[in-house]
Design a binder for this molecule. Structure first.
Ligand SMILES: [Fe+2]
Length: 457
């Protein structure tokens, strides 16, 4: 970058300590166009009327802190302005060169030369961001509660200002600006956004890349896209959704697609999903429906974590993969027409699914447990283990409920032209009393906006 370019950059110095502010401004004037403000209010007025390339603000000021100023900018301006917060809180001993470069917070006192280096690094970072076309980025929504659990980020985080407008509010490899994120939450912001390609890191989905790369050529993007398109069509077209809120249904379907896309990084998984497709439309559709309803029920029950939703989703999609080892005649036959022996063979799909998933090595143990328990019930009358409620994983109850709901909906679809969801739910409450978690059925009622029988409307 030439010096001419650098000097056109506008730095706004915000500090209530007049002597410090003036000293810093005069130190920076040789390299930048410098503006100054004595407090947050003055700074707000300046950024509203002038193009500022970087804000250098004191953390503690009367009226409005530096962090509050940054938060205000993120929420009210249509663009993010890179910033550096100067704080006197950390001990001088911690003010190492490395820290100056790693964090957006700089500890006072500092050497002017060090500060110039930090400024340069922030400006370069922001130039890279300017070159990045945000409209090209595909985002996915993640709950704030998930984000605050991470002390250091391995991905950037964005705030949505309007439908098409996102600003970066936290940076990869930096400390999470916890105070700022908590304030977003206080203002009613419940979700932030990450890039879709960072989703696998978010749900901690990892697999042995080295093994995968050495034994296989990489999966062609076209193959992945073709599979995802097909899966998405199934989710959007063939799964029962009458009466559901269209927007939240689509958002969940998108989440299911994204989760499946994440596991498609592995060849073995892609092969398995292709097999699922070959098992016939019913197994394929019901598996996706189980994933979709489980995620919706979980969200309705305030299980907000994206990792939880991911586990339910993958368990739902793969729960019946073991049927690939069973004679298709048994799989396709109506369950009531099966002989006792055939019934036993069909039930063995649970252990078969479990073993197949275990062999992949990349699947989280909770997902395997959910698959193991997807035909159990709370009274211990399910299979293969007859586990009772206390022995079951809490998320299994959601998958169980979702499976029974899909089974009942399918039955109704075969019997009647229009499915009466209220009747299906009442029937579940009666026939599966004490066998399915009542809270899960309550969540389904809430999703379909069907009050409980006898409840006030
Ligand atoms: Fe099953």
């Amino acid at each position: 970058m030439s010096k001419d370019n650098v000097s056109q950059k506008v730095i706004l110095v915000v500090d209530d300590d007049e002597i410090f502010r003036e000293t810093l401004c005069s130190g920076l004037e040789a390299a930048y166009t410098v503006m100054s403000a004595a407090n947050g209010k003055e700074a707000m007025a300046i950024v509203n009327r002038a193009k500022v390339d970087l804000i250098l603000t004191d953390a503690r000021m009367p009226g409005m802190s530096g962090y509050e100023l940054i938060e205000w900018i993120n929420l009210h301006l249509n663009r993010a302005i890179p910033y550096i917060v100067m704080t006197g809180y950390l001990s001088l001993a911690e003010n190492t060169d490395e820290k100056l470069h790693t964090y957006k917070t700089v500890t006072k006192p500092f050497k002017l030369a060090d500060m110039k280096r930090v400024i340069e690094s922030r400006l370069n970072q922001s130039e890279e961001e300017e070159n990045e076309d945000i409209s090209e980025i595909r985002f996915c929504q993640v709950p704030i509660s998930d984000i605050v659990l991470r002390p250091v980020l391995d991905f950037d985080i964005y705030l949505q200002l309007s439908e098409q407008n996102f600003v970066k509010v936290a940076y990869k490899d930096e400390e999470l600006p916890l105070a700022q994120i908590k304030k977003f939450k206080q203002k009613g912001v419940n979700h932030l956004y990450i890039r879709k390609e960072d989703f696998s890191k978010f749900v901690q989905f990892t697999f042995d890349l080295a093994k995968s790369v050495s034994s296989h050529p990489s999966i062609s993007p076209a193959k992945k896209i073709a599979f995802l398109d097909h899966a998405h069509k199934v989710i959007m077209g063939n799964i029962f959704k009458e009466g559901l809120d269209q927007q939240s249904y689509e958002a969940t379907a998108d989440f299911v697609s994204l989760s499946v896309g994440t596991v498609l990084e592995s060849h073995e998984v892609l092969d398995l999903l292709e097999v699922l497709k070959d098992l016939g439309q019913n197994v394929y559709t019901d598996s996706y429906a189980a994933a979709l309803y489980s995620v919706m029920i979980a969200r309705e029950m305030n299980y907000e974590s994206a990792l939880t939703a991911f586990k339910l989703c993958i368990a739902g999609v793969f729960q019946d993969i073991g049927k690939k080892e069973i004679d298709s005649e048994i799989v396709e036959k109506n369950e009531t027409d099966l002989t006792k022996k055939q019934q036993q063979v069909l039930e063995s799909h649970v252990v078969r699914s479990q073993k197949i998933l275990e062999s992949l090595k990349c699947i989280h143990s909770d997902i395997i447990r959910l698959i193991q328990e997807h035909h159990e019930d709370l009274e211990g009358k399910g299979y293969p283990f007859g586990k009772k409620r206390p022995e079951q994983h809490p998320l299994s109850r959601i998958l169980q409920c979702s499976n029974v709901f899909i089974e009942r909906i399918n039955l109704k679809k075969n019997e009647e032209a229009k499915v009466d969801v209220a009747a299906v739910l009442s029937d579940m409450e009666k026939s599966y009393k004490n066998r399915i978690d009542a809270e899960c059925i309550k969540a389904l009622r809430s999703l379909f906006k069907i009050p409980a029988v006898g409840a006030e409307v």
